[in-house]
Ligand binder design. Structure first.
Ligand SMILES: *Cc1c(COP(=O)(O)O)cnc(C)c1O
Length: 304
């Protein structure tokens, strides 16, 4: 049995009100749910999703999947180092194998994660049982516990229900940036009746509604909670940013004194400011934005 003491979290995560005139002048309150402070290395929702999986693994090595800048891979690697648990990361992009590691993958490797690179078409089919088996065999980890890409399986979705429960009674609308949507699926299930969850997808494509419903059906037996998606703020897709997004994030950092992660959190906050300015919320509405992460220094081009 693995002792999870090294992963002891700060829960519930802090809930902070910020004074921002873009909300205040419309009679809205903005709260920041600081999930970025849950654990120094398993940052934000990554702690909530990974720890239930590590418990379920019962000390077996972990294998998981991600892109070249995946926060989930870094969190898994850090958990492996802290717990003395072997980890393997299956990385999208065979062409990366021969090159120097980028800073995110270098961090994974320094934490002891073995990296196994696969070509993009194989990676896309990694949930097909025979493809998965072939990947695990090639990586030499057939006995390992498999955590899916982004960590969003049943254990993870149920783990994120606590995020919603921590917000009961504190906000009318709870907003979160979505990658796989596992965090939103759990969060929405944990809120009280009358509270609404809003997801801001950072990927382009419009497939997330069906994905999140499927995650809820698997984890809870049905679609549950009041949730919807706002698809306008992906800024071109995953890991895409624009100068306007960076300028917005720098300004938010200057106003409120916290670092704004660009690939998820900046898009969420930009979306909320836009919605507030469009008059999407009635006066008296309290909005809680989940700060799901913290910048990893070199995770975007140095346009700052
Ligand atoms: C992983 C991640 C998300 C996305 O979580 P999902 O459960 O995959 O939707 C959001 N924000 C940050 C900072 C993340 O690292």
């Amino acid at each position: 049995m693995t002792s999870l003491d090294a992963l002891a979290p700060r829960l519930p995560s802090p809930l902070q009100e910020v004074r921002d005139e873009r909300f205040g002048r419309r009679g809205l309150r903005l709260l920041l749910k600081r999930d970025d402070l849950v654990h120094p290395e398993l940052i934000g929702n990554k702690w909530r999703k990974l720890v239930p999986n590590i418990a379920a693994a019962h000390g077996r090595p972990l294998v998981t999947f991600g892109g070249a800048y995946s926060n989930h891979l870094r969190a898994t690697a850090a958990a492996g180092r802290l717990l003395g648990l072997p980890t393997t990361g299956v990385v999208r992009g065979e062409e990366l194998a021969g090159r120097p590691l980028n800073p995110s993958l270098a961090r994974c490797a320094a934490d002891g994660m073995r990296l196994h690179f696969v070509d993009r078409s194989t990676y896309r089919r990694k949930t097909e049982p025979d493809i998965l088996a072939a990947i695990l065999r090639a990586a030499g980890v057939e006995e390992a516990y498999v955590v899916p890409e982004g960590g969003s399986n049943n254990a993870a979705v149920r783990g994120c229900r606590a995020l919603g429960e921590e917000l009961r009674g504190h906000a009318d609308v709870v907003a979160v940036a979505c990658g796989t949507g596992g965090t939103l699926a759990g969060l929405a299930a944990g809120l009280a009746p009358g509270q609404r969850a809003l997801g801001v997808p950072v990927l382009k494509g419009g497939f997330l509604e069906a994905d999140i419903q499927a995650l809820q059906e698997r984890a809870f037996g049905r679609r549950t909670g009041s949730w919807s998606l706002e698809e306008r703020f992906h800024f071109g897709g995953y890991a895409r940013t624009t100068p306007a997004l960076h300028a917005f994030a720098r300004d938010f950092e200057d106003r409120h004194g916290l670092l704004v992660e660009r690939l998820y959190v900046a898009k969420l906050l930009y979306g909320l400011v836009t919605l507030a300015e469009e008059g999407a919320y009635a006066r008296g509405t309290t909005i809680a934005a989940v700060v799901t992460g913290r910048p990893f220094p070199q995770a975007w081009p140095a346009s700052r």
